[in-house]
Design a protein around this ligand. Structure first.
Ligand SMILES: *Cc1c(COP(=O)(O)O)cnc(C)c1O
Length: 396
C-alpha cells in the first residue's frame, strides 16, 4: 500500500481509532479464496492476529473456518463465525477441555503427553484431532528467534525423535492414539519459498507416516496477500501434498487475512521543538496514541509502521519523532517527515494496523483504548466499539 492515501473518513472517526476498510479486507479474502478454489485446500483465519468479529460474517463467506489459541478464541469463533472451529494450544487445561470438545471440530495437540491425556476424551466426543510436529528446520534469521518455533529449545511441536519413541509405546491397533493429521507452524511473515523448503523437511522426516493420516495443516505465517508473494508455488505445495499422499490440506494465516486492511487514526497533542537551547536534536510530536499500548508490535517486532502522507526522516521539510503520552521513554513510534509543520489537532494515519493491534493492546498508564471502526464499500463509517474508564478499571 502506498503511503499517500488520504481517506475522507480520517476527519470523521474519533481519535484514536483502529479503522478497518471492508474493501481492503475483501481484497485479501478474494486472493485467499482463489487459493482455496483452485487447490481444494481449506483456509482458516488465525484469530490471534485479527479477532474483529464484526467482520466474521463477511470473512466466513470466503474462508472455511477459524483457528484458536485456546478456549476463549474458540468460543468467540463458535459464537460469531459460521465455519469449522479448530484449536491448538501447547497445553490444555482439564477444566476447559469439556467446553473445547463441545465447540471445536478439530483439536491439535502439541505433545505426546497432551495426546495421551486428552485423546480418549476427544475420541469419545467424536472429534478429529492431530499432533503438532516440529520439523526442526528454521527458515528465519536468528534475530527473529522469538518468532521461530524451530529455534533452540522451543516448546512448540513434537520432534521426530519424540514421535518415534512414542510410537514404540503406543497401542499398535491405531496410529498414535487415533490422530488423523499433522500440523506444523514454523513461518512468520514469509513467502512460499521457505514453505516449500520446510515442506521438504517435513516430508523427509514425517512423510513415512502420511499414509496413516487424513490431513496436513501448514500452519500460518504465509504472507499470501503481500505483493509479490509466490501464490503459484504455494498452490504447487498444496497440490503436491494432496495428490501424492491424498491428504487434505489446511492453512491458517492470520496476518494475510487482514494485511494492510486497517489503520490507526491518531491526533497530535503537543510539539516539542528541537533547539540548541534545549539540546534536543530532533522535533517530537506527542500523540494521543502509544506504541506501547496501542501498537505493541512496533516495539516488540520491532518495526516502523507506515504513516500516510509522510516520508523518511529528512526526506521532506519537517521531521518529527512521533511518541506516545505515556511514561515510557522508549514509547516512540518512529521518525517521519512531512511537507508541513505539525501542530496540535493534526490528524495522522498509520497503516497496516488491523493485525496484531487490537488483539494485543493494553491500558498501561491508564491509556484509553482506541475506538474500533469499520468503513464499508460506500465509505460509510460505523463505530463498532468505544472504550472508556470502566474498561480500564474493570481489569484491575
Ligand atoms: C501465529 C499462528 C498462526 C498465524 O500466524 P500469522 O503469522 O498471523 O499468519 C497460525 N497458526 C499458529 C499455530 C500460530 O501460532
Amino acid at each position: 500500500m502506498g503511503v499517500d492515501y488520504q481517506p475522507k473518513w480520517l476527519q470523521e472517526v474519533p481519535s484514536p481509532s483502529y479503522v478497518v476498510e471492508e474493501t481492503r479486507l475483501r481484497h485479501n479474502l478474494e486472493i485467499l479464496k482463489g487459493v482455496q478454489d483452485r487447490t481444494g485446500c481449506s483456509i482458516l483465519l488465525a484469530q490471534k492476529a485479527f479477532s474483529m468479529f464484526y467482520f466474521y460474517p463477511l470473512i466466513s463467506t470466503y474462508l472455511k473456518g477459524t483457528t484458536a489459541s485456546g478456549l476463549y478464541e474458540a468460543k468467540l469463533a463458535h459464537e460469531e463465525f459460521p465455519g469449522e472451529n479448530h484449536v491448538f494450544s501447547p497445553a490444555y487445561q482439564e477444566k476447559d477441555f469439556p467446553e473445547i470438545l463441545a465447540i471445536c471440530d478439530h483439536i491439535v495437540f502439541n505433545s505426546v503427553g497432551q495426546l495421551k491425556k486428552f485423546a480418549p476424551m476427544a475420541k469419545q466426543a467424536g472429534r478429529t484431532y492431530g499432533l503438532r510436529i516440529n520439523p526442526e528446520h528454521s527458515t528465519q534469521s536468528e534475530e527473529h528467534a522469538i518468532y521461530d518455533p524451530c529455534s533452540g529449545d522451543s516448546r512448540l511441536g513434537t520432534k521426530l525423535s519424540e514421535l518415534k519413541q512414542a510410537l514404540d509405546e503406543a497401542p499398535k491397533d491405531e496410529f498414535l492414539y487415533g490422530i488423523s493429521g499433522f500440523h506444523f507452524h514454523t513461518l512468520c511473515e514469509q513467502g512460499a519459498e521457505p514453505l516449500a523448503e520446510t515442506l521438504e523437511a517435513v516430508e523427509e522426516g514425517f512423510g513415512q507416516y502420511f499414509n496413516q493420516l487424513k490431513w496436513l495443516n501448514f500452519g500460518g505465517g504465509h504472507h499470501i496477500t503481500r505483493e509479490g508473494y509466490n501464490i503459484e508455488l504455494l498452490e504447487e505445495c498444496i497440490n503436491r501434498i494432496r495428490t501424492k499422499y491424498g491428504l487434505k490440506v489446511y492453512i491458517e494465516p492470520g496476518e494475510a487475512v487482514a494485511l494492510d486492511a486497517g489503520f490507526l487514526a491518531a491526533t497530535v497533542l503537543e510539539i516539542i521543538e528541537a533547539s540548541q537551547v534545549n539540546g534536543r536534536r530532533g522535533n517530537i510530536a506527542v500523540l494521543d496514541t502509544s506504541a506501547a499500548c496501542h501498537m505493541p508490535d512496533v516495539l516488540e517486532m520491532p518495526y516502523r509502521p507506515p504513516l500516510m502522507g509522510s516520508g523518511e526522516a529528512g526526506e521532506k521539510g519537517y521531521t518529527y519523532t512521533l511518541a506516545g503520552p505515556t511514561c515510557l521513554a522508549g514509547d516512540t513510534i518512529g521518525t517521519y517527515s512531512f511537507d508541513h509543520a505539525l501542530k496540535p489537532g493534526d490528524r495522522l494515519l498509520f497503516g497496516d494496523m488491523a493485525i496484531y493491534s487490537m488483539v494485543k493492546n493494553n491500558t498501561f498508564n491508564g491509556m484509553p483504548l482506541p475506538h474500533i471502526c469499520a468503513v464499508d464499500s460506500q465509505n460509510k463509517v460505523t463505530i463498532v466499539r468505544s472504550f472508556g474508564y470502566e474498561d480500564f478499571k474493570m481489569r484491575l
